[in-house]
Design a protein around this ligand. Structure first.
Ligand SMILES: Nc1ncnc2c1ncn2[C@@H]1O[C@H](COP(=O)(O)OP(=O)(O)OP(=O)(O)O)[C@@H](O)[C@H]1O
Ligand SMILES: [Mg+2]
Length: 369
């Protein structure tokens, strides 16, 4: 997949931008705080529907403006796709794909694929399970959009069940309504657990290979699913989950929240036999995060037949020379965007860039090669 055009209006520090990137390696360089990451953020948002860094969509609207607009035109194989997003200051987000308004984000996910690499990726290794669930959810949603449907419906039923649990504290008669929610929850949970298991098995193989190569054969990475329900067949997973929900019902009512299910799953990252979250060095954790991102891109390509757009935000300066070289040589994508802080791009990527843009105060200027 390649992006042909990005247009922004009142997005972050861009009042207006028309950017026509090239196939191959596009570099965005410039001083700190000029708007390099803002461009990657807008591209990602048009592909995935949300920002990789803003907690709230409203942050993206240019200060003092009412509406932010983004327009992206991309080519996947021989198909052209356009995405239009309008965000307003009351928090409403309107999305059009090929000019037609979509009702659910699921209609966007999987159409245009993007993978972002950023220094924040260390969180994938270091922080709580939520970060790793987010990672796997985005990977599978892009590779298999039906997963996103199950996940959205699971989350919706989970919220409804949690509300009911809180209400049960005040009114015991409501307890008999819980099993109907358990049935719904178990249906979606089963699909989520099976897909997470299958995709993590594939990821383990791919990530192991990357990690081994980046570490020069010194380290072995394992990516292991730590599911809430460990049965094998879908019927067994469904039955066990229903049973667990029943067993935990009293606790759940007391906490006013569902204490078991895929929203509690984790992914164990093991480097040379030890939990990377606890025992790995900063460098080993960085290699692990990098392996996970490269694997994400490879898996999406494997499943969809198209390479995702790669967005490398400030990642090169974080890596030593050997790893920079490895990464650059293994970016198997038709189009890559790399941000670099400073006036000129780093030597090793400057040489292979197809297009270099200088970003200054919300404006883009192409540097002739
Ligand atoms: N909603 C907003 N409206 C206007 N300006 C904003 C908004 N949000 C962020 N900015 C501005 O955007 C700039 C940050 O842009 P960005 O994060 O893209 O910088 P960058 O070029 O990637 O910098 P660095 O090299 O430090 O990563 C800052 O100057 C910030 O003040
Ligand atoms: Mg930046």
């Amino acid at each position: 997949m390649v992006i042909k055009e990005l247009r922004l209006q009142n997005v972050r520090n861009y009042e207006r931008l028309i950017y026509k990137p090239q196939n191959g390696l596009n570099i965005l360089c410039g001083q700190n705080g000029q708007g390099k990451t803002n461009i990657l953020e807008a591209i990602y948002m048009c592909c995935i529907g949300k920002s990789f860094r803003a907690a709230n969509d409203k942050e993206i609207i240019k200060w003092g403006s009412e509406i932010a607009r983004m327009h992206l035109q991309a080519e996947t194989g021989s198909y052209d796709t356009t995405v239009d997003i309008a965000l307003n200051s009351s928090g409403k987000k309107a999305v059009k794909v090929d000019g037609i308004s979509i009702v659910k984000m699921a209609e966007l996910i999987g159409r245009l694929n993007a993978v972002v690499f950023s220094p924040e990726d260390l969180k994938l290794v270091k922080e709580a399970p939520r970060e790793r669930r987010r990672y796997i959810d985005i990977v599978i949603s892009q590779a298999r959009p039906s997963y996103f449907y199950s996940l959205s419906l699971y989350t919706k039923v989970l919220h409804q069940r949690n509300k009911l649990l809180k209400d049960c504290n005040k009114n015991e008669k409501l307890i008999k309504a819980i099993p109907a929610f358990d049935v719904q929850l178990a249906k979606y949970a089963t699909d989520i657990i099976i897909k997470r298991r299958d995709y993590l098995e594939m990821l383990d193989v791919i990530a192991k290979e990357y990690h081994n190569q980046i570490s020069g054969g010194k380290e072995n990475l394992s990516v292991e699913y730590a599911p809430s329900i460990i049965d094998v067949t879908s019927k067994d997973i469904y039955d066990s989950y229903i049973k667990k929900l029943e067993e935990k019902q009293k606790d759940d009512i007391r906490y006013g929240s569902t204490t078991v299910g895929p929203h509690k799953d984790d992914i164990k990252l093991i480097v040379n036999g030890a939990d990377a979250r606890i025992y790995s060095s900063q460098g080993q954790q960085r290699t692990t995060a990098l392996s996970l991102r490269l694997s994400e891109a490879k898996l999406i390509k494997k499943e969809t037949g198209h390479t995702p757009v790669l967005l490398l935000d400030d990642i090169l300066s974080e890596l030593d020379e050997a790893r920079q070289k490895y990464l650059i040589e293994h970016l198997e994508s038709e189009q890559v965007f790399v941000t670099v802080a400073g006036r000129t791009p780093l030597n090793n990527i400057g040489k292979i860039a197809t297009c270099i843009n200088y970003v200054q105060n919300g404006m883009l200027r192409q540097i002739t090669l």
